[in-house]
Design a protein around this ligand. Structure first.
Ligand code: SF4
Length: 400
């Protein structure tokens, strides 16, 4: 089975126009992924290519337009290129024998700001060697440098892969567990999956599938029930389960059914830990009680989806926030990979991020913190508004 895009290592290829970014990508992938030409600015949009790059693993390359594109649409393309940074796990900055200019140095500034490890590839050495002076300037920024001619160098793929392996973020070396690290092997875990009008027809949603697989991998005995059968299921078990995991939307009902001595959390909280930073989101949720009349709250979703009548982001979370605070809040929504200007908001509530990679959420947490705006996520916000966030996160403290 193909690895999910959100679990792949995202490698962004950046640099000025006409330095051979696309030639490098084509050489590494062994395919004509991007159009190559001598005309500057041939790559006008972000080109994505997923592949298995052994022994690194499943990766997603993002070939970006030149950062110095001066064509009429150049500004928009540069903006798109910069947005790719938010989901980049490892950046590749390509330059040629001319070395760095201000564009390259400002890109490195952005890499550092977002904690993105990077490799510099000095390309086109078949045309001209880079001077020692120019190379020493690059060495002042990083020791991770490859000097090559992507056109002719058949060894570049091996050199590139060994650089990547050296820079791999921890979660790509040791794949983190969703839940298997917080419950002992052989534990019984109950999954509560309401089948209501929000449930997709004929299937269960991705975070539930992934959690089930993680539990099976961890040797747990897993029971999946609807909220309507939960009480009977618990009564029928010979001994209480170690943990109950519920869809956040049934939190209140499930909290009332599951006895206090049984640990309870939600799929969304598990994903807040896996895809983001649980402590940052818990801290962010505390801002709910400081909201005042007229304060703006941003509901931030990583992808667009058709909102149904009782949509979690459009209806449920706004209602819960208004009920908890008793304030007249201004709730706004934003969907997609872009990160809007958040400076006007008093709180950001992020979705479960099932379709995006962890780096994007970590970047969003970092950018929100920089803007001084607290950020939390759906599961944490729901449990906080219902007054059960302590119970819903106790299992993580026990496991440390
Ligand atoms: S990425 Fe966010 S908005 Fe998109 S389906 Fe997953 S939780 Fe919903």
């Amino acid at each position: 089975m193909k690895e999910l895009k959100s679990n792949r290592l995202h490698i962004g290829i950046f640099g000025k126009t006409n330095v051979g970014k696309s030639s490098l990508l084509n050489k590494i992938t062994g395919q004509e992924v991007s159009i190559v030409s001598d005309i500057a600015g041939t790559t006008t949009d972000v080109v994505e290519k997923s592949m298995e790059l052994l022994p690194v693993g499943p990766v997603n390359f993002l070939d970006c337009a030149g950062i110095n594109d001066e064509t009429s649409l150049g500004e928009q393309r540069t903006e798109k290129t910069l947005k790719v940074l938010n989901r980049t796990d490892i950046a590749v900055l390509v330059c040629d024998y001319s070395g760095f200019d201000d564009n390259d140095e400002s890109l490195i500034g952005r890499f550092n700001e977002l904690n993105i490890p990077f490799i510099v590839v000095v390309n086109k050495t078949d045309i001209k060697e880079i001077s020692d002076k120019k190379l020493s300037i690059i060495k002042g920024f990083t020791p991770n440098i490859l000097i090559t001619s992507a056109k002719n160098d058949d060894e570049i793929i091996y050199k590139f892969k060994s650089e990547l392996i050296r820079l791999l973020p921890e979660e790509f070396v040791n794949t983190p567990k969703i839940v298997g690290d917080i419950v002992p092997e052989g534990s019984t875990v109950v999954l509560v999956i309401p089948i209501d009008k929000e449930a997709p027809k004929g299937r269960i949603i991705l975070p539930q599938v992934q959690t089930l697989r993680d539990l099976l991998d961890s040797g747990c005995i897993t029971l999946a029930v609807r909220d309507t059968e939960l009480k009977t299921a618990l009564e029928n078990l010979k001994s209480p389960p170690t943990l109950v995991i519920t869809d956040s939307q049934a939190f209140k009902k499930v909290d009332a059914i599951v006895p206090e001595n049984i640990a309870l959390t939600s799929f969304s909280i598990l994903f807040a830990r896996l895809k983001g930073d649980l402590n940052a989101f818990l801290h962010g949720a505390k801002a709910i009680d400081t909201l005042c009349d007229g304060d703006k709250v941003l509901i931030l979703e990583s992808c667009t989806h058709h909102a149904i009548e009782d949509d979690i982001g459009k209806v449920k979370i706004p209602n819960l926030l208004k009920k908890r605070t008793g304030k007249n809040l201004v709730i706004e929504h934003f969907s997609g990979h872009d990160f809007p200007d958040v400076s006007d908001y008093k709180l950001i509530v992020h979705c479960g991020a099932c379709m995006t990679n962890r780096k994007e959420i970590l970047s969003r947490i970092l950018l929100s913190n920089k803007a001084g705006v607290p950020i939390t996520n759906y599961g944490i916000a729901i449990s906080y508004c219902l007054g059960i966030s302590k119970r819903a996160t106790t299992i993580f403290k026990k496991s440390v």
